[in-house]
Structures are given as structure tokens and as C-alpha cells.
Design a protein around this ligand. Structure first.
Ligand code: 5GP
Ligand code: MG
Length: 172
């Protein structure tokens, strides 16, 4: 099915998203003052969020990309594309656009921790705690949302809609 605007109801406007991003950025900038950051961006949903948040933080920072792959729905997770820099002894922040079951992120955290970073924290724009399979809590949370599927600002419906500036709920 292709995605049409009639299928969507507005959840957060682009301006509201930017306000949430700035709030998160301000907290992170204060908490990491004097430090250098390595961001980990899980592809592909987080690219809009990472692009915006790094531009609101005035600290030395690098961005690395990682891509996970689920072998089946709810099944084992593997790394499709790994980061390409050494994170041992570095301050690492994972930027998620949304946390749902937490399965992908739990896997990623275990994978990154094996490289012994100095610190490892998680920033998420949206959090859907009702869907959590694993006990995982982000360190920085933009907005908590109810258990509904959202599209836009990097988040897709069957690969469409990532380019929408606003975030929409998908109507049932
Ligand atoms: P988790 O491993 O937490 O279940 O998976 C989180 C990932 O699933 C997110 O990074 C995102 O790519 C995708 N996801 C979870 N909830 C939604 C949603 O409501 N809309 C979209 N488009 N993707 C979602
Ligand atoms: Mg993601």
C-alpha cells in the first residue's frame, strides 16, 4: 500500500520537533561540557534526528553509522554495517529516533560495550514504553508516546514517508 496523507494524523510539527531536539541538545551539551562525543546513528530512521541534534551541540563530535538486521520478526539480530572507528575510552551516545521493543537497541548496547567506551548513553527522540520487551531506559528522552505507529522525520511506513518534516500517526 502506498502512503497517502489521508492515512495520517498530525502528531508533532516540524517546529515542535525542533523544540524537543534543542531541549535534548542543551541537556547533553551541559552534561558533556569539556568532552568529545562519538555519536552512533542506527540506520536508517535516525538520520534526520542525528543531523539536527549535532548541529545544536557545540562540542567536538564525530558521527558513526551502524545498521542492524533482524533475521526474522522477533528473531536474532545481527550487524549489517558496523561502525568504523575505535570507541575504546571514548564518550559514546547512541541516537535513536524511537524505541519500541528495545530489542535492537539492547543488542547494539551489548555490541558497543564490548569495545569498552568510557561512557555509553542513549538519546531517543521518542519513547514507546508500552511496547518494551526488554527492561531498557534511554538516558535522554524527547517525548513519551502511546502505542501507535508513527511516520515522518526519518520514520517510514514500508520505506515511504521518511522525508515528511512533521511526525504523523498512521491511522488504523
Ligand atoms: P526496537 O528494537 O526498539 O523494537 O526497534 C526500534 C526501531 O523500530 C526504531 O528504531 C524504528 O526504526 C522502528 N520503529 C519502532 N516504532 C516505530 C514506529 O512507530 N514507526 C516507525 N516508522 N518505525 C518504528
Ligand atoms: Mg532506529
Amino acid at each position: 500500500m502506498s502512503l497517502i496523507k489521508d492515512d495520517l494524523s498530525l502528531y508533532l510539527t516540524h517546529e515542535e520537533i525542533q523544540n524537543v531536539v534543542v531541549e535534548l541538545a542543551n541537556r547533553i551539551e551541559a552534561d558533556y561540557a569539556g568532552k568529545e562525543l562519538i555519536w552512533i546513528c542506527p540506520l536508517r530512521g535516525s538520520i534526520h534526528f542525528i543531523a539536527d541534534i549535532v548541529r545544536c551541540i557545540h562540542l567536538p563530535q564525530q558521527v558513526e553509522f551502524v545498521q542492524l538486521k533482524s533475521l526474522s520478526k522477533g528473531g536474532a539480530i545481527t550487524i549489517q554495517k558496523d561502525i568504523s572507528t575505535e570507541i575504546k575510552g571514548k564518550h559514546v551516545l547512541v541516537a535513536e529516533e524511537i524505541i519500541d521493543s528495545g530489542r535492537g537497541l539492547s543488542f547494539l548496547i551489548r555490541h558497543l560495550e564490548a569495545s569498552r567506551p568510557a561512557s555509553l548513553k542513549v538519546v531517543t527522540l521518542l519513547d514507546k514504553p508500552a511496547r518494551r520487551d526488554l527492561p531498557l531506559r534511554a538516558d535522554y528522552i524527547g517525548r513519551v508516546i502511546e502505542d501507535r505507529f508513527v511516520v515522518g522525520y526519518g520514520m517510514d511506513y514500508e520505506e515511504l514517508g521518511r522525508n515528511y518534516k512533521d511526525i504523523h500517526y498512521l491511522k488504523n
